[in-house]
Write a protein that binds this ligand. Sequence first.
Ligand SMILES: Nc1ncnc2c1ncn2[C@@H]1O[C@H](COP(=O)(O)OP(=O)(O)OP(=O)(O)O)[C@@H](O)[C@H]1O
Length: 230
Amino acid sequence: MSLKAENLSRAYGSGLLGRGKCIFRDVSFELEPGKTFGLMGPSGEGKSTLGRIISGLESPTNGKIFFNGNPLSRMKKTEYATFRRKVQMMFQDPTDAFNPRKRIEHSIFEVLNLLEISRTEHIRCTKEMLKTTGLPEEVLFRYPSQLSGGQLQRLALGRILLLDPEYIVLDEPTSALDVSVQAQVLNLLKKVQAEQGISYLLISHDEAVIRFMSDSCGELENGQMDLIEV
Ligand SMILES: Nc1ncnc2c1ncn2[C@@H]1O[C@H](COP(=O)(O)OP(=O)(O)OP(=O)(O)O)[C@@H](O)[C@H]1O
């Protein structure tokens, strides 16, 4: 199991009028099993863009992503589908992750339906997910607006875990939360990592969060990434 970025560059706006603006170039790093790579840097330097690229949601202008040694650009359809399931992304604002018009159970079952498992397994997976995230069963019957930001972010993580990921890109996972619940969500992420061996790419502008969570760390600035001590 490995996920590696090699010499990634990303430019926006290239076309008839020119080569566009290069956001970053020659960025390389590797996510190690069960470890966290922290990515920090000033606003607008391309941290989220890099997160989307390594998750396969966006293509680099140059460079390659290797999943278990295979370059993404040359993957067959089935290999790519496995990659997309094994590498998940969690975003800053958990309210965006759920349909505001549907009860939470609907959003959970939507994911379970992808797994082609029995109804009994649906129930077992849902109970296990609630146990892991420390949430009561009643949250399933609420609408997103009836839950706190912390509860929703726990559910967003729980829903991702149903897919049994090997890597999660965490894009500012606690920035939208009250300070009092930020630590709870970070501790939950650590617990899940210790139990399930998942690797994280943690994007944050908050150096304290990066230092608390990361095993290794890079700073994206002026279009380049430098490795820094944690
Ligand atoms: N689809 C796009 N088209 C054009 N420019 C884009 C696009 N997406 C991002 N950008 C630009 O790329 C740069 C990097 O954006 P990105 O959101 O990745 O930075 P960031 O470091 O995550 O910032 P923040 O910390 O504020 O979230 C910004 O200048 C942004 O305007």
